[in-house]
Design a protein around this ligand. Structure first.
Ligand code: SF4
Length: 455
């Protein structure tokens, strides 16, 4: 157990902004990629029997939360939402015509606020998905929801079209923090929605909370963790607030408040983590938690946990098709991202049913580094023997420089380094992104990459 002085020194030395590594390389390293590359990758899927995953981005929100760094659009104009849905369905049909009928292992509705669509619009989206694809018996179908913008009819529509999971954005339960972040969400509404979702038998409910927001203290995080625990969320994600006012001008209003320092953010996270760990939650990776009975915790124990753009999962890696504004596809070693501006997305889909704007093809070196980073982010260890079997590299030789750089992490007990493996310690878990970054051959300014919550 470190004393506070040593802890502060450790945070100062090792905890710096780093990518969250939902992909490797992270999106900042990607370049321009045209529609023809994406269509060629989709064409290759046609001859494969494997199931697919779908991510569908629904960017509209009732209002813009001040902290938000997602691709979100505050919009009350129903005509714009309806037009977007029409184009999204056109994109979906176009993809399905190329890939042919496939099983879906995973669907994720992200945003924005998916429930900015009306229940009827959600049903239309569901009907179109099932016109072209079939659900795998073990499908994970999850929708991100904002409790203040979700009705019982929305939940019923989601259930009717086969959704079995929800991810609820809360961020902070305290009215004073909600006031600062422009997100008024009364506790009764969240509790009520949670119990209605349970009544409708959604298999798993995740709650997102956030740390590092203006005026937040460790006490707020203790309060938030206790509330989440009392609700009985199956999974909890505790995301760091990313302050990027140049990219997200609405965050400039936070400059009137003192933002927590890196150490204060660390303390806030630890406060929530302690509450969850003392209860029946297992920590997954760096900042996710799941009930010990949840399949995510069991997958961790069995060593079969995976991670993709949607987060941690028990599913085998599959090709991911991203639909909608800014959506990302991950198809057998190639990433593709759709246009991020609504006007560009609409125009590209209207003209050619395809909105790809950029992407990346992984090199053999990227594939090796991706496996190392994925192992660290899921299992906190890397076995050199396993890496050699999968990637045909002698890790001690291949990563000579990286292993040298890691020695200082070992000296501070953040990892245990041997000639067989790298194992991240419990203390090192909070520095996971910084440890993974040692293997990142595309290091770039990381302030753009820290993630935010959503919905
Ligand atoms: S946090 Fe969620 S609800 Fe708020 S603006 Fe961002 S996407 Fe919309």
């Amino acid at each position: 157990m470190l004393n506070q002085k040593d802890e502060i020194a450790l945070v100062k030395r090792f905890l710096h902004p780093a990518p969250r590594y939902t992909s490797y390389p992270s999106v900042g390293a990607w370049g321009i990629m045209g529609a023809s590359h994406y269509e060629a990758a989709l064409n290759r899927l046609e001859s494969e029997a494997q199931a697919l995953s779908l991510y569908i981005h629904l960017p509209f929100c009732e209002r813009m939360c001040t902290f938000c760094a997602c691709t979100a659009i505050a919009n009350k104009n129903d005509t714009i939402v309806e037009h977007y849905l029409t184009l999204l369905l056109r994109e979906l049909e176009h993809v399905a015509q190329i890939t042919g009928r496939k099983r879906l292992l995973q669907i994720h509705l992200g945003g924005g606020t998916p429930t900015r669509l009306s229940p009827e619009q959600l049903e239309r989206l569901g009907r179109t998905i099932w016109k072209y694809f079939d659900p795998d018996p073990s499908i994970e179908a999850c929708a991100e929801i904002d409790p203040s913008a979700t009705t019982n009819e929305h939940l019923e529509a989601l259930k009717d079209i086969g959704f079995n999971r929800l991810s609820m954005g809360v961020q902070d339960f305290s009215p004073e923090i909600q006031e600062i972040i422009g997100r008024h969400q009364c506790l009764n509404k969240t509790e009520d929605l949670f119990s209605r979702a349970r009544h409708l038998d959604f298999k798993s409910i995740n709650i997102d909370i956030m740390y590092g927001l203006p005026a937040q203290t460790p006490e707020h995080l203790v309060h938030n963790a206790n509330k989440v625990k009392a609700l009985g969320a199956d999974r909890v994600a505790i995301f760091p607030y990313a302050h990027v006012p140049k990219l997200k001008p609405q965050q400039k209003s936070f400059e009137q408040y003192a933002l927590p320092s890196t150490y204060q953010r660390y303390e806030q996270f630890q406060s929530a983590r302690n509450i969850l760990q003392e209860s029946s939650y297992c920590q997954i990776g760096m900042d996710h938690f799941a009930l010990e009975t949840d399949e995510l915790s069991q997958a961790l124990t069995q060593g079969i946990l995976n991670r993709n753009f949607q987060g941690y999962t028990v599913l085998e890696p599959t090709a991911l098709i991203g639909l909608g504004l800014s959506a990302i596809s991950d198809i057998h070693g190639q990433y593709f991202q759709n246009a991020k501006r609504l006007g560009d997305y609409n125009k590209q889909i209207e003209e050619k049913n395809n909105a790809t704007q950029r992407g990346y093809s992984l090199t053999p070196d990227d594939l090796i580094r991706r496996e190392v980073i994925q192992r660290l982010m899921c299992h906190l260890d890397v076995s050199f023997e396993q890496l050699e079997q999968h990637q045909r590299v002698d890790a001690l030789q291949y990563f000579q420089q990286e292993l040298e750089e890691l020695k200082v992490f070992a000296q501070h007990n953040l990892i245990v380094l041997s000639e067989h493996s790298i194992k991240v310690s419990e203390l090192g878990r909070s520095f996971l992104m910084n440890i993974a970054k040692i293997f990142d051959a595309h290091a770039f300014p990381t302030s753009l990459m820290a993630g935010n919550g959503h919905a």
